[in-house]
Design a binder for this molecule. Structure first.
Ligand SMILES: Nc1ncnc2c1ncn2[C@@H]1O[C@H](COP(=O)(O)OP(=O)(O)O)[C@@H](O)[C@H]1O
Ligand SMILES: [Mg+2]
Length: 315
């Protein structure tokens, strides 16, 4: 029997007229990586902020390792580590000084703190740079140190809010490997992202969030089944032509179930891709488009999102 580590119960957050998080419920088991996948503004940070007791819910509750975020926020804070979306470091201090500062905030001191700091500096690959000021670090190094801070008090559960936004591919790889590594050693992780590929690689289960609502949740196989027998075609449009206009044109055709434009691509949901392909190409030619290429895609989280919302996940 898997142990339940997080139970989110009808969580809501309202800002004036805006329902930023609407009645979200889900459960996470010990040792899972659960991704909250959704576009910008979907409500990911608001959800994480409530679960990490930084923001008071309008209604609803959550239990983290049995502790209520409303009734026992201090116990919750001891159980969780938080890697916020916005980097929370002092640029004028070194990595060691930052870890030391945050460690004291977590009530760590003496030998325990210094051995934990050494361990983390090795773990996040910053040991050699530990005595340099954070202001001299690359974006990826700052992100890694931000993660290190979240690990200082050896939490059972780690919340990571879009930890790879705006960094180079190598740093991203380092961070994804660190997430997998932490999880292999037993940590339960909630990971938010708007990158389908990251959710796909990391997660045991995924919750898809849009406009504050959790519109689907499950393992990737379960979510892929939502798309049913439909398949996605990805049309690569020349950069000189508008993918949006092509998506509008194709949406009117009988072969099209859904069409959505992303950067120079149209994602098209059809019933039978092999059968539809000639008609798709003819329609593109008639509309004056010379496609660069077409991919037939297996169902993935992007097509699940398109299927559920009619929109592509990418900005
Ligand atoms: N402090 C706030 N006051 C008013 N609206 C907010 C505040 N914080 C977030 N929002 C709004 O709530 C919605 C969800 O935001 P957020 O949780 O940051 O989304 P995400 O992290 O998925 O990009 C957005 O529409 C955002 O503009
Ligand atoms: Mg956010």
């Amino acid at each position: 029997m898997q142990k339940s580590m997080i139970q989110v119960q009808n969580l809501c957050k309202k800002y004036a007229d805006l329902q930023a998080v609407q009645d979200i419920s889900f459960e996470i088991y010990e040792g899972e990586i659960f991704s909250l996948l959704g576009p910008n503004g979907a409500g990911k940070t608001t959800t994480i902020s409530m679960l990490s007791t930084l923001l008071k819910p309008t209604s609803g509750d959550a239990l983290i390792d049995g502790h209520s975020i409303l009734k026992d926020p201090i116990a919750v804070r001891k159980t969780i580590g938080v890697v916020p979306q916005e980097i929370a470091l002092y640029g004028a201090l070194t990595a060691m000084e930052n870890l030391n500062f945050w460690g004291k905030m977590y009530d760590l001191q003496g030998k325990e703190l210094s051995s934990q700091m050494d361990h983390i500096l090795h773990q996040i690959g910053l040991w050699d740079r530990r005595k340099e000021k954070v202001d001299t670090y690359s974006g990826g190094m700052k992100r890694r140190l931000n993660i290190g801070v979240g690990l200082l008090h050896q939490p059972k559960v780690l919340f990571m809010d879009e930890p790879t936004v705006g960094i180079d591919p190598q740093s991203r790889r380092n961070i994804l490997d660190a997430v997998l590594d932490l999880n292999k050693n037993g940590m339960t992780i909630i990971y938010t992202t708007h990158y389908m590929e990251e959710a796909q690689e990391l997660s045991h289960r995924v919750g898809i969030i849009d406009h504050g609502q959790l519109i689907a949740k499950g393992s990737q196989d379960e979510l892929n089944k939502l798309v049913g027998s439909h398949s996605a075609l990805r049309l690569h449009v020349p950069e000189t032509q508008s993918a949006e206009l092509l998506a509008e044109q194709l949406a009117k055709k009988s072969f099209c179930i859904k069409a959505s434009a992303t950067d120079h691509q149209v994602l098209l949901m059809v019933d039978n891709p092999e059968a539809a392909l000639p008609a798709v190409i003819t329609s593109c030619n008639e509309a004056g488009y010379r496609l660069r290429s077409v991919d037939i895609e297996e169902p993935n989280l992007e097509s699940v999102f398109l299927h559920l919302t009619g929109r592509a996940l990418r900005d």
